[in-house]
Design a protein around this ligand. Structure first.
Ligand code: UD1
Ligand code: CA
Length: 469
């Protein structure tokens, strides 16, 4: 393409029907703000810059959106302009034109229309070609509420007439304007200066530029698509939920095309980025957040929630496991078994073949290859050596009420059941800690350490009997 593209995203509207204190375009779809989807799509048509028009909740919207990183690694230029008050879509774009350069094409998008494919936008830009006004249009069985595409006898586009301004005959037209257009910026600037608000809604309509193009003797092109999802906007929680499912279905289809086996594509939620190796299997009702990588041959059981984690090859995550790496991340080594009902928190780093069983919590701890904690245990701020066996009910007492301390459990240690390891403390390699011990001092390598009350035995003990009468 020989012309630069500047994207204008309209996002000043109120979104009354969301009935939310949060600005509409910040509501999340697949874990990303609606308007962020639009901005990210702009990056995929090689836009030069993105200008977001804000109004309602402007400060929140401006703080809630980020410039996308493009293929070259650079961030696309993202600017905000405010529209106060909101006098219509034409008025909105009028606020943006002062920051747009005349050598480019302006691509107008809406911040509440998240599922437009870059291919459709590219086709629209190609039709524009740097010279023409090009509209994205769609046939709708029920076009109520939309602007209608009025065509002349020769089939060329003559005007867009808003529903409220349309005659009965015009309302019968099923081809509608999607809200998306590509227009040479130099022409747009001139046309916007000619807008007025003499219409049924008393608004400055962006759609009136079509009328001006026609009266200037310029051809108006239309790219008609069939997929309504691509131009569907979010106005209510119901529509948000519908588009969420549609988005998730797209994600699921993409994963399955790569060979991932999903037990049910309708019961998957990816709220971020999920990258899978070959032969990954994912059972129903799993939620993935942030960036999650799953190695080849790994299996994820039903009802797992996994965020910001790297899962190694051949790992089995049993059902109902919760993994959240947050910023520090979680990594699970190849061949490890985790769950059911396990909890891995930030900084949990599991080596190869590690076993973490039910009701075991691991936080900011490293477990070397082959270490096992199979039942009801807590490992926090611990360094656990190879092949350690950590017994049921044992905990690291890592917090003294003010500071956190580390526990070091060297290779081949066996920690019995129900032990308390009071940090800072080191259990020497190959050592054994007797069940029920509270260990407060370092133990030597190879030793058995027991720290608990000695058993007392009283023979022929008579239990108290109930008094009669
Ligand atoms: C607009 C089109 C209509 C098209 C429809 C597709 C006009 C006049 N009409 O209708 O032909 O069929 O989109 O959905 O353009 N916005 C602002 N500032 C404003 C007004 C709106 O930023 O002053 C933003 C909204 O937040 C929204 C977008 O512009 O993101 C579209 O506004 P909306 O009111 O949904 O469009 P309609 O007028 O219904
Ligand atoms: Ca409106």
């Amino acid at each position: 393409m020989s012309f630069p593209v500047d994207v204008v995203v309209m996002a000043a509207g109120k979104g009354t029907r969301m009935k939310s204190s949060k600005p509409k375009v910040l509501h999340r779809l697949g874990g990303r703000a609606l308007a962020q989807h639009v901005i990210d799509t702009a990056a995929r048509v090689s836009a030069r810059s993105v200008v977001v028009i804000t109004g309602h909740g402007a400060e929140q919207v401006e703080a809630g959106l980020v410039a996308p990183v493009v293929d070259s690694g650079a961030a696309l230029e993202l600017q905000f302009v405010r529209q106060e008050p909101q006098l219509g879509t034409g008025h909105a774009v009028q606020q943006a034109v002062p920051v747009l350069a005349d050598d480019g094409v302006t691509l107008v998008l809406s911040g509440d229309v998240p599922l437009t494919r870059p291919e459709a936008l590219q086709a629209l830009l190609d039709l524009c070609g740097g010279h023409h006004l090009a509209l994205l249009t769609l046939d709708m069985p029920d076009p109520t509420g939309y602007g209608r595409i009025v065509r002349a006898a020769d089939g060329s586009v003559a005007a867009i007439v808003e529903h409220k301004d349309a005659s009965e005959a015009q309302r019968a037209i099923t081809e509608i304007y999607s809200g998306i257009m590509a227009v040479p910026t130099r022409l747009l600037r001139g046309w916007l200066a000619r807008l007025d608000n003499r219409n049924a809604q008393g608004e400055y309509y962006l759609t009136d530029v079509v009328k001006f193009a026609v009266s200037d003797g310029l051809k108006v092109a239309a790219h008609r698509i069939a997929d309504a999802l691509q131009v569907a906007g979010v106005n209510s929680p119901v529509q948000l939920a519908e588009l969420e499912r549609a988005y998730q279905r797209r994600v699921a289809d993409r994963l399955m095309e790569q060979g991932v086996r999903l037990a049910d594509p309708a019961r998957l939620d990816v709220r971020g980025t999920l990258v899978c190796g070959q032969d990954v299997e994912i059972d129903v009702n799993c939620v993935f957040e942030g960036r999650v990588e799953i190695g080849a041959g790994a299996r994820i059981g039903a009802n797992c929630v996994i965020a910001n984690a790297v899962i190694g090859e051949g790992v089995v995550i049993h059902p109902f496991t919760h993994i959240d790496g947050e910023k520090a991340g979680v990594s699970v080594g190849a061949g490890a078994l985790v769950g059911p009902f396990a909890r891995l928190r930030p900084g949990a780093k599991l080596g190869r073949e590690v076993h973490i069983g039910n009701f075991v919590e691991v936080k900011n701890s490293t477990l070397a290859d082959g270490a096992k904690a199979n039942h009801l245990a807590y490992l926090g701020d611990a360094t656990v050596g190879e092949r350690v066996n950590y017994g049921a009910g044992s905990i690291t007492a890592n917090y003294d009420g003010a500071n956190k301390h580390r526990t070091v459990i060297e290779a081949d240690v066996h920690v019995g059941s129900n032990c308390v390891l009071v940090a800072p403390v080191t259990i020497g390699a190959g050592g054994t800690v007797g069940g029920g011990s509270t260990i407060t001092k370092d133990t030597p390598a190879g030793a058995l350490s027991v720290a608990r009350g000695r058993q007392t035995v009283i023979a022929n003990w008579q239990r108290p009997a109930k008094k009669k009468g």
